[in-house]
Design a protein around this ligand. Structure first.
Ligand code: 4NP
Length: 154
């Protein structure tokens, strides 16, 4: 099972989604069976580590994101991954523009796909520290549901 998380810059939300889910998968002993990655629809931050505020907020909850490097989502991702999860409607629309007709990946909005009431993970980039905490809260809940679902299919 291969899962790709996608946001705009790949330095705030999707690296957090990746780190939170990676942690849960490791705890469940499923890290050999589930491949996890993240990407941005924009290429602005390619090769860079997550935003320092993202790294700091995640570290306080025990997630180490410091080794991650941003990359842009590409059409080939639809052949490589089984599930591509977008953080907001704009990311989803951008992904649809590069989705190949024969791509195997299921493409969805992360939160509703994983049973959450909210549709979007709000972009914390231009806000304060509380935005990063809210992102973590939302992604921890969605991650639990995602792991539960995938575990039942393995
Ligand atoms: P992300 O947040 O999509 O969650 O990584 C953003 C990161 C960078 C920018 C916007 C959103 N930016 O404008 O550079």
């Amino acid at each position: 099972m291969k899962v790709l998380f996608v946001c705009l810059g790949n330095i705030c939300r999707s690296p957090t989604a990746e780190g939170v889910f990676r942690h849960a998968v490791k705890q469940a002993g499923l890290d050999k069976k589930i491949t996890i990655d993240s990407a941005g629809t924009a290429d602005w931050h390619t090769g860079k580590a997550p935003d320092p505020r993202t790294i700091k907020a995640a570290a306080k909850r025990g997630y180490d994101l410091s080794m991650l490097k941003a990359r842009q989502a590409v059409s080939e991702d639809f052949h490589k991954f089984d599930l591509i999860l977008a953080m907001d409607e704009s990311n989803l629309a951008n992904l649809k523009t590069i989705q190949p007709v024969d791509g195997k990946a299921e493409l969805a909005l992360y939160l509703p796909r994983c049973g959450q009431a909210a549709r979007e993970v709000p972009d914390p980039y231009y806000g304060g520290a509380d935005g990063f905490e809210q992102v973590l809260d939302m992604l921890e809940q969605a991650s639990d549901v995602l792991l539960h679902e995938i575990r039942s299919t393995l």
